[in-house]
Write a protein that binds this ligand. Structure first.
Ligand code: RP5
Length: 202
């Protein structure tokens, strides 16, 4: 039995998480209560979770309701189409899609929705994520896909960029983003010495 099973039959309503395991994708929307997700975080494989977990952590830190799911452009193409086509109707306002290698997930999601889609290139083992980056970034005119940096930085920044978009509509998200930035600035200024033993000391 797989460690985590999603009920994929109820995409036009609320998804059901039947079981999950620590360190694997989970649906914070379902675990967090009754609010509906604003951000859909999808990834091409469970193996992408070590990267996209940074997206989830950042969204959680900012208090942004989100849902998380493995959807493969290649292994589950019909599911991808259903998910992207129904995303706006279900209340999602931004989709973050991470994939590696021949990373078609973000672009194909963008092709099926007018919601903003942010692509996170996962660092692949064979080509270090350059393949992922190039697969996501060179979209044809007419189907934009926002493309972030490869790996952890891109995963975090996708969440922050989603927050910036949502912040135009939701004041509490704008405020959370401002706090995040202020805290990050303060952390640098408070510990200017790079040597671990002296960090924070003068
Ligand atoms: C892509 O293929 C996924 O996004 C993942 O990064 C890569 C490898 O997938 P697995 O073979 O690890 O499932 O579709």
């Amino acid at each position: 039995m797989p460690a985590m099973v999603y009920c994929v039959a109820c995409f036009n309503g609320r998804r059901a998480r039947l079981a999950d395991a620590p360190g694997e994708p989970r649906d914070s929307n379902l675990s967090g209560g009754s609010m509906s997700a604003l951000v859909g975080v999808i990834m091409g494989s469970k193996s992408d979770w070590s990267t996209l977990s940074h997206t989830a952590e950042t969204l959680e830190r900012l208090g942004i309701e989100h849902e998380i799911q493995v959807i493969s452009a290649h292994r589950t193409p019909d599911l991808l189409f259903d998910y992207a086509a129904g995303a706006a109707e279900r209340g999602l306002e931004v989709i973050i899609a991470g994939a590696g290698g021949a990373a078609h997930l973000p672009g194909m999601a963008a092709a099926k929705t007018v919601l903003p889609v942010l692509g996170v290139p996962v660092q692949s083992s064979m080509l270090s994520g350059v393949d992922s980056l190039l697969s996501i970034v060179q979209m044809p005119a007419g189907i934009p896909t926002g493309t972030l940096a490869i790996g952890r930085a891109g995963a975090i920044n996708a969440a922050l960029l989603a927050a910036a978009m949502l912040g135009n509509k939701y004041p509490e998200i704008r405020a959370a983003l401002e706090d995040y930035r202020a805290e990050q600035t303060r952390a640098v200024l408070d510990a200017p010495d790079p040597r671990p033993s002296l960090s924070g000391e003068n």
